[in-house]
Design a protein around this ligand. Sequence first.
Ligand SMILES: [Mg+2]
Length: 271
Amino acid sequence: MAQTLALSGNHNNEGGRHFSPTSCAGNPRALSSPDVNWDKYAAALFDLDGVITPTAEVHMRAWAVMFNEFLEDYPDAAPYTDEDYFAYVDGKPRYDGVASFLESRSIELPRGETSDPADASTIAGLGNRKNDAFNRVLAEEGVQAYPGSLRLIEKLHEAGIPMAVVSSSRNAPAVLDAAGVTKFFPVIMHGALAEKRGLPGKPAPDTFIAAAADLGVPVEGSVVLEDAISGVKAGAAGGFGLVIGVDRGVGADALTDAGAGLVVTDLEELL
Ligand SMILES: [Mg+2]
């Protein structure tokens, strides 16, 4: 299917950006954007949470489901709200978030062990219960890919550029399935697979390098797309052809300092 994919017009050249339309008649792979000449690259490696899907929202819902079920046994405690999420849970390791919220309600539970079952009345048990809630929310409510990300993924797929997902999350395959995008990614490097293969996580570059190898492409010919400082650092350390920082709130300067060669706020800008 010979198809010209170069897009033109309506490009916002703020910030000194420069766009040179590329002539690409008859080349099925030709695909250009204001900032990225995809013809130069052999593959694209995507982080998942915050790049392809707004998974943070699913995690927020899962915390609410878990804590509100738990609080049914504590009728005198104030219900869990989104304000609690930002005050006590957001950004913390899972069990620390549980402990912090329980403290806010003056509820004391033993710490427990990571291996505690989800119904254990321990901090670890509640943390594990949250992971079950995450999978339940995902199954019941699903998750939608960011529209701009989906459009870029579809474009690259049509252009024949192979793509991988490189995510620290053990839930990555389930999230990709729920978002309906698994079919675009012949390689999915997720948390459990990295552990199985003994690969250190981001900011070490190993998971990205392994994904490129699995796709059969050279790192210097591959593009990394990441929203986290640790992920951008991994791409920069791995010697990838281009690291694109996706600024979902971390800040463009922080992503640039970490090694991003280009920063966008949405993948829509790369179309
Ligand atoms: Mg991310």
